[in-house]
Design a protein around this ligand. Structure first.
Ligand SMILES: [Zn+2]
Length: 109
């Protein structure tokens, strides 16, 4: 897509330039950003790649997601064996769930 068309797309979505539009939607997923700007998500991916922005921020690593989970006591996944084993949480609820899970495996119940 030629640059002036990119800017046209960005202006229709309320931004001055396509670079500004990419920066302003960097926190969104590619699908969401595409909807917000009225373009397809591969287009968003291309634009982000060209600017080198939002790629890591838009898709946090498994490690970052696990850390966010552990930092949020309200997350529904606390109190699950998954929370303990896969997400590395050692809160009381997750530890208990993991202990129970191990026990039920041992006893076959
Ligand atoms: Zn937990």
């Amino acid at each position: 897509m030629p640059r002036h068309d990119r800017d046209e797309v960005a202006r229709r979505a309320g931004y001055a330039t396509w670079q500004e539009a990419v920066g302003a939607t960097a926190h969104l997923g590619q699908q969401e950003a595409g909807r917000a700007l009225g373009v397809s998500h591969p287009t968003i991916r291309t634009w982000r790649a060209e600017l080198g922005v939002g790629v890591a921020a838009a898709r946090p690593s498994a490690q970052q997601r696990a850390a966010a989970f552990r930092a949020d006591p309200g997350d529904q996944r606390h109190g699950s064996a998954n929370g303990y084993r896969n997400l590395g949480c050692r809160c009381e609820a997750c530890t208990r769930a993991w202990t129970d899970y191990q026990r039920s495996r041992r006893t076959g119940g």
